[in-house]
Design a protein. Structure first.
Length: 374
């Protein structure tokens, strides 16, 4: 890591493990006091630090027109001389397809060079490439190995991901206590995902004694940083009165924050609270609006609830085709008793429909594709 860093280069991955997604960044030195002309002269003379800093200028548009291709060209010159931060940034350019054609194999190559020199950000990214199997064989144990290297250097994102792997038993034996240990290290560095994960473990009593008040404390820390999952979990605690006095209005406030970030679970619950008039005035149209947002993301409970609103004309015109379609989708995503309940409801709706309407509803269900969170 280069000291006196002023330029931040960001690369985001989301762990597909149901618990955590995060952003990590590494900052890169930029000699602000050096004129562009002098910097270019030194870069042309082969000074790796100057080549790197010139790349930063083109990458960020500091004093020059932003030009990712030119940034990549100067990063490569510095990287070829073994400059760690340039190797890391060049890996980012290949991973993101900025200034160069997207090429995960090249990203892996440059991340590995920086990681082998001990760069924790590169170690985290390399671990992510192994976890996802992006131009390397998918290998959770290898991901863990690189994350441990970064975690032991104090990298909060690596600590969080290492906790996820212990929680899931991927690449390491499952160990809730060890997951909590790594999450606590990251959470104490204000990593919002780790704070949320730690809150979940206190709520569930896995790896720590169950303690709703402690769960609320960690959920709140993450929620106040804008973590949508934590906002939804904090809303749930207020709705249930776990660790805090029951307060539907406060539950609504936190659910709304999560829902407005596209969190489907929070959208579904917010819809239910409008439908039932808990913490807000009963408003079927608003319930439909939130159910639809969650249903369009594939949330089965919201799909079932939205079908109910259409079947009975609550908050929307009565529409059996829509009701049948959403029940079809809900049944296809649910399991066990829920699946049977949705299937039975679909058959009840079908009795009120013409054969042509049923065909149309089935066609819509077949052609439906989930939307991204919104």
């Amino acid at each position: 890591m280069i000291p006196n860093m002023t330029k931040w280069c960001r690369f985001t991955f989301a762990l597909a493990l149901g618990l955590s997604c995060f952003t990590f960044s590494i900052s890169c030195q930029n000699e602000a006091t050096e004129s562009l002309k002098a910097l270019r002269t030194r870069a042309d003379q082969g000074a790796a630090e100057a080549q790197f800093n010139l790349g930063v200028k083109y990458d960020s548009g500091q004093g020059v027109r932003r030009d990712y291709a030119e940034a990549a060209r100067w990063y490569r010159k510095a990287a070829d001389q073994g400059q760690t931060a340039a190797q890391f940034n060049l890996g980012l350019m290949y991973a993101n397809g900025q200034g160069v054609a997207q090429d995960y194999a090249e990203a892996v190559r440059w991340f590995r060079k920086a990681a082998d020199q001990g760069d924790p950000g590169a170690q985290v990214n390399l671990g992510l490439m192994y976890e996802k199997g992006q131009r390397v064989p998918q290998d959770c144990a290898e991901a863990v190995r690189w994350w441990r290297k970064a975690a032991e250097q104090g990298n909060a994102h690596a600590q969080n991901n290492l906790g996820v792997m212990y929680d899931k038993g991927q690449g390491v034996p499952q160990d809730y206590a060890e997951a909590v240990r790594w999450w606590r290290k990251a959470a104490e560095q204000r990593d919002a995902d780790a704070q949320n994960n730690l809150g979940r473990r206190y709520a569930l009593g896995e790896g720590v004694p169950q303690d709703y008040a402690e769960a609320v404390r960690w959920f709140r820390k993450a929620a106040e940083q804008g973590n949508a999952d934590a906002q939804g979990s904090l809303g749930l605690r207020y709705a249930l009165g776990e660790g805090v006095p029951r307060d539907y209005a406060e539950a609504i406030r936190w659910y709304r924050k999560a829902a407005e970030q596209g969190n489907a679970d929070a959208q579904a619950v917010l819809g239910a609270m409008y439908a039932e008039g808990r913490g807000v005035a009963q408003d079927y149209a608003e319930a439909v609006r939130w159910y639809r947002k969650a249903a369009e993301q594939g949330e089965a409970i919201a799909q079932g609830n939205l079908s109910h609103m259409y079947a009975y004309g609550l908050g929307a015109p009565q529409d059996y085709v829509q009701a049948h379609m959403w029940l079809n989708l809900a049944a296809s995503r649910a399991s066990g008793d829920d699946q049977k309940r949705y299937a039975d409801a679909r058959e009840s709706v079908a009795k009120k429909m013409t054969p042509q309407q049923i065909v149309e509803a089935q066609r819509r269900a077949r052609e439906w594709v989930p939307k991204a969170s919104r």
